[in-house]
Design a protein around this ligand. Structure first.
Ligand SMILES: Nc1ncnc2c1ncn2[C@@H]1O[C@H](COP(=O)(O)OP(=O)(O)O)[C@@H](O)[C@H]1O
Ligand SMILES: [Mg+2]
Length: 273
């Protein structure tokens, strides 16, 4: 099965082990001591308000950001070790962002083949064979010769997933992969992600799609202000959050029109008369 992780985790079955992770940008302390371990085949959904550090956390896992302190182990390798081969590490981690980041001047097939040939040194024939399998997997078997601009946002995002899968990652990171999509295109992308999860891909998914997190996530991690405030089985965290901060956040995302009682009456407009 092409889309499935080919490399087994270490004997412990741990794919990612984050310990005491801090990240600051100048004076801004964004991640304040994150401890998080992701097991092989586990799907961890990360939720939380905007600015809480979710993207920064994912970016520290594949070293798009250098952690300020703490460690990130990927398949038993400490990626924060200055001697580590960063490029070798990155090839083990597939990442799909909110914005569709396909190369616009390459066809879909070109996008899927490029890194396989350059980074993995695969032959053209092998790279194309892998690409075809992954395009079929995401329902784009008939779009190989199209350019990104000729695809819908949902198709572009599925192509981006197929491209990441073509590198045979041990871990897939998703950062709000559906939040830039028109609502009617969201379902196809989530369905592809659900299939991947069922096939056993290890995944960290930042998402505001609570139904997806509840149904597909093995675990939900709620972040606020640079820290993990609450985590547990998806149904528990989403269905009966234990902390006020998670409760307030979930009320807002599950019912955006909801106004918390405590917010009413605090900002009485001045009587203009
Ligand atoms: N490259 C950067 N330089 C400075 N501040 C940053 C940078 N990236 C993120 N931040 C800040 O870190 C905080 C967390 O951002 P982010 O991880 O994107 O949160 P989230 O994904 O949860 O919305 C925000 O206050 C943001 O402004
Ligand atoms: Mg973000």
């Amino acid at each position: 099965m092409s889309a499935k992780s080919e490399v087994a985790a270490g004997q412990s079955g741990v794919v990612v082990d984050i310990a005491g992770l801090h990240k600051s940008f100048g004076d801004v302390h964004v991640l304040k001591g994150i401890d998080l371990r992701v097991q092989e085949r586990e799907v961890v959904c990360i939720i939380g308000p905007s600015g809480s550090g979710k993207s920064t956390l994912l970016r520290c896992v594949n070293l798009l950001e250098q952690p300020s302190s703490g460690t990130v182990e990927l398949l038993g390798i400490d990626v924060t070790d200055p001697d580590v081969d960063i490029d070798a590490v990155r090839t083990r981690v597939g990442m799909v962002f909110q914005a569709f980041n396909l190369f616009p001047h390459h066809t879909v097939m070109g996008n899927l083949v490029l890194a396989q040939r350059k980074v993995l040194k695969r032959s053209k024939a092998e790279a194309e064979e892998v690409a075809w399998a992954n395009l079929r997997q995401v329902g784009l078997g008939d779009r190989a010769t199209f350019y990104p601009s000729e695809l819908s946002g949902g198709q572009q995002q599925r192509a981006a997933i197929a491209r990441a899968l073509s590198m045979n990652p041990a871990l897939m990171l998703f950062d709000e992969p559906t939040s830039a999509l028109d609502p009617e295109l969201v379902g196809d992308v989530l369905a592809v992600m659900r299939d991947l999860a069922i096939e056993g891909m290890t995944m960290m998914v930042v998402t505001h799609e609570m139904a997806f997190a509840r149904d597909v996530g093995d675990r939900v991690v709620f972040m606020d202000d640079g820290a993990i405030v609450e985590q547990g089985p998806a149904a528990q965290v989403i269905g009966s959050p234990q902390t006020d901060r998670a409760r307030i956040f979930l009320k807002r995302v599950l019912d955006p029109t909801h106004i918390d009682d405590s917010e009413i009456g605090q900002t009485e407009p001045d009587d203009p008369t």
